[in-house]
Design a protein around this ligand. Structure first.
Ligand SMILES: NC(=O)c1ccc[n+]([C@@H]2O[C@H](COP(=O)([O-])OP(=O)(O)OC[C@H]3O[C@@H](n4cnc5c(N)ncnc54)[C@H](O)[C@@H]3O)[C@@H](O)[C@H]2O)c1
Length: 370
């Protein structure tokens, strides 16, 4: 089997999720390429060494500039904050690496476009990590829509609700600083609902949106200073799709009691589907053809359901981390089949155009064309 040496930048939340995914994919799925956990990179030497040992990375490094163009690296997996995505991806593209980047693709539309152009110019395989596409129940929803079971699609209604930021005493961090994160709930949560909208319904043509920051100053950790918060805490938009459907997305970090409530409902002329990440093995399905009125719950854990052949017997449910394993699987299969990965940097740019239109609409208070 061909080996594929992976270099990962960032060892935080996503660094750990991706480390796990690269390890799991080779154990549970038949892949033509075997990922090798070659080198993990982070700025704090003690911490990166600890994570490297924990996940069996062969080496660790503290400067990404020394890693992304190494001859013994095939894939550069970008798991660091938004402001680092463009410089790392541009350097890795120049070195002809396979590019795998966390979402949102970049902090601005211009940066995202530059990343796509570099990936194309240097003929790199490229992929963005919108992992929720790869929850089996979400992929099943797409199969049902594609097969016509829902008929013409009228509505996409998405909410992505968290509550970890409600406490105004909670200190600032990179996610609350525009220069580092690009935006707040918009790039963090809303972008996932945009990706699911594009995956399940199609392209968004116009939108009207608002952004809200509830707490605009927060303490700096371990000192007596306050820092400005210059990103949104919540993002809300009305959508028009090219195919005539209409929709809405609400994303917030202030929905008391909601932890990772990533939900959508889609209504068509013949049926509906609804999904909630907090019950991610299930898809609610309504069909006019069904014997009963009302929704039924499909437990998407049978071997016929997307990705489930690799895992356990029916009813033995899987979890959040498996969405990353399936995303990495998609990348490995795309490499083997010599086809574009999905979603890729082109999707990342299209997503970023929508985030950009949200920001324009929030300022102008008018509908914006995407
Ligand atoms: N797909 C998802 O569902 C999902 C979920 C959370 C975060 N993300 C995305 O993943 C990325 C990272 O987020 P996170 O939650 O893991 O953040 P985090 O704060 O937990 O980790 C960030 C890591 O990047 C490292 N880092 C920062 N600057 C660096 C630099 N210049 N060079 C090398 N390493 C650097 C930090 O040391 C840390 O290890 C972001 O783009 C975020 O939007 C995606």
């Amino acid at each position: 089997m061909n080996k594929l040496n992976v270099a990962m930048i960032g060892y935080g939340f996503m660094g750990r999720a991706h480390s796990n995914a690269w390890r799991q994919v080779r154990s549970f799925f038949d892949v033509s390429y075997e990922p090798v956990l070659k080198v993990i990179c982070g700025r704090n030497e003690t911490e990166v060494k600890r994570v490297a040992n924990h996940f069996d990375w062969q080496e660790y490094a503290t400067e990404w500039e020394n890693v992304v163009n190494r001859n013994d690296v095939d894939v550069v997996d970008i798991c660091s904050p938004g402001y680092t995505h463009a410089p790392i991806a541009l350097a890795a593209a120049k070195a002809g690496k396979i590019l795998f980047c966390e979402k949102p693709l970049a902090n601005t539309l211009a940066e995202a476009e530059e990343m796509l152009k570099a990936a194309q110019d240097y003929k790199c395989v490229h992929m963005i990590c919108h992992n929720y596409r790869r929850a089996p129940a979400v992929s099943l929803a797409r199969q049902l829509i594609e097969s016509g079971k829902l008929g013409n699609i009228y509505h996409y209604r998405a909410t992505y609700l968290q509550d970890w930021l409600r406490n105004p005493e909670s200190p600032t961090r990179w996610r609350l600083n525009k220069a580092e994160a690009g935006s707040g709930a918009l790039g963090d949560l809303f972008s996932h609902s945009v990706d699911l909208a594009r995956y399940l319904i199609g392209e968004i043509s116009e939108l009207s949106a608002m952004l809200k920051t509830f707490v605009d100053k927060r303490p700096v950790r371990n000192c007596n200073e306050m820092a400005n918060v210059d990103v949104d805490d919540a993002a809300l938009a009305l959508l028009k799709f090219q195919n005539g459907a209409i929709g809405s997305i609400e994303a917030t970090r202030y929905a008391s009691g909601r932890k990772n409530y990533n939900r959508f409902e889609i209504n068509g002329s013949k049926g509906s589907v609804a999904f909630n990440l907090e019950r991610m093995n299930e898809l609610e399905f309504y069909s006019d053809e069904g014997p009963n009125s009302g929704f039924k719950t499909i437990q998407a854990t049978d071997p016929v359901h997307p990705y489930m052949k690799g895992w356990w017997p029916p009813g033995h449910i899987i979890g959040y981390e498996h969405t990353f394993t399936h995303t990495v699987l998609e990348l490995l299969q795309a490499i083997a089949d010599k086809r574009p990965a999905s979603p890729n940097f082109e999707d990342g740019v299209k997503n970023q155009r929508i985030l950009d239109a949200v920001e324009r609409s929030a300022i102008s208070r008018e509908w914006q064309t995407v």
